[in-house]
Design a protein around this ligand. Structure first.
Ligand SMILES: Nc1ncnc2c1ncn2[C@@H]1O[C@H](COP(=O)(O)OP(=O)(O)OP(=O)(O)O)[C@@H](O)[C@H]1O
Ligand SMILES: C[C@@](O)(CCO)CC(=O)[O-]
Ligand SMILES: [Mg+2]
Length: 303
């Protein structure tokens, strides 16, 4: 049996704007999806969502990966088992993590010797096939790990402060929210365009601040980014409540991460204030995950 794992991700800046070519800064975090594969007489995919064969209803991403390997190798039968620490459908990159970990595991099992860039590209193509539209951000960061500016694919210094995630447990469809922003942009291009451009400028300024470990200023920019995400209609009252709870309990800054409309927010905080920020988000009604940045992208955990 071969086991591979891949991390989740949070956006420091730039979600939604990155769809329009603006730069974003995304950070891999230390919550992981593990995929085990072993030769078998037939194809089975087992996860918390059920046990199936190739099934684009229950396991669209993993089924698309299996089909990709049927095209490039002699794959006939394989048993795939998935375990994950990443909340599903919450903006933390769970689809990218399961896609990338499955690609790496099948690559190791079948000896197709994919380079990491090939793993990331294949993962992006799978997300595009399943979602209709997706930036490369999630699958690239999940493959490489660390803190990355996209689309430049530029590595930044690892964030060295606490990361606290608050989950609304409100399902949000990335596809739907991206479409809503597109509709607003078509209706008011002279208003929404500058907002998206301002978000992009935050990533440019943010790069220097992250590398300088100036997390007070990074937090201030995250708070401004949050206001602009609300402006383009991807906020909700729960996310606002959690971000203010985090800021008022000592976080450097807090904002939506991912598509918004539900899902998760993220706060960065001094290590000594992480517990207080986590407690404040929980009191506001959030399901809290305390984690940290990781430079470990996709990896083989056992052969
Ligand atoms: N542990 C898992 N086991 C099986 N399938 C999973 C798992 N985690 C995620 N998935 C697949 O990914 C889908 C969720 O992907 P989706 O892109 O909607 O949310 P997300 O990736 O968590 O959030 P975002 O893309 O905004 O970061 C699930 O419906 C399922 O098909
Ligand atoms: C909203 C978005 O920018 C991030 C979703 O996690 C969409 C994308 O980049 O594919
Ligand atoms: Mg996803």
């Amino acid at each position: 049996m071969i086991i591979c794992s891949a991390p989740g991700k949070v956006y420091l800046f730039g979600e939604h704007a990155v769809v329009y070519g603006e730069p974003a800064i995304c950070c891999a975090v230390d919550i992981r999806t593990r995929v085990s594969v072993a030769p078998a007489d037939s194809i089975t995919i087992s996860s918390s969502l059920g046990t199936t064969g190739i099934d684009f209803e229950t396991h669209p991403y993993v089924s698309a990966v299996v089909e990709r390997f049927q095209d490039i190798s002699s794959l006939e039968g394989v048993s795939i088992s998935i375990e994950s620490e990443i909340p599903v459908g919450s903006g933390l990159g769970s689809s990218a993590a399961v896609t990338i970990a499955t690609i790496k595991a099948l690559d190791a099992l079948l000896g197709t010797d994919l380079e990491l860039d090939d793993v990331a590209r294949t993962g992006h193509e799978v997300e595009q096939r399943i979602q209709g539209a997706a930036s490369q951000t999630d699958t690239y960061v999940c493959t490489m790990g660390g803190v990355v500016m996209i689309p430049q694919r530029k590595g930044l210094d690892l964030i060295d402060c606490g990361i606290v995630i608050g989950n609304t447990n409100i399902f949000s469809s990335t596809k739907e929210l991206v479409a809503n922003v597109a509709e607003l942009n078509e209706s008011f291009p002279d208003v929404i365009g500058p907002v998206l451009s301002s978000i992009g400028k935050m990533s440019v300024t943010g790069e220097e601040l992250v590398n300088a470990k100036d997390y007070v200023s990074v937090g201030k920019l995250m708070n401004i980014n949050q206001g602009l995400l609300d402006a383009i209609g991807v906020g909700c009252s729960e996310l606002s409540s959690f971000t203010y709870a985090a800021r008022n309990s000592g976080a450097y800054g807090a904002k939506i991460t991912g598509a918004g409309g539900g899902g998760c927010m993220v706060a960065i905080a001094p290590h000594e204030r992480v517990d207080g920020v986590a407690a404040a988000i929980a009191i506001a009604g959030g399901e809290v995950v305390v984690t940290k940045a990781t430079d470990i992208g996709v990896r083989v955990e056992s052969l």
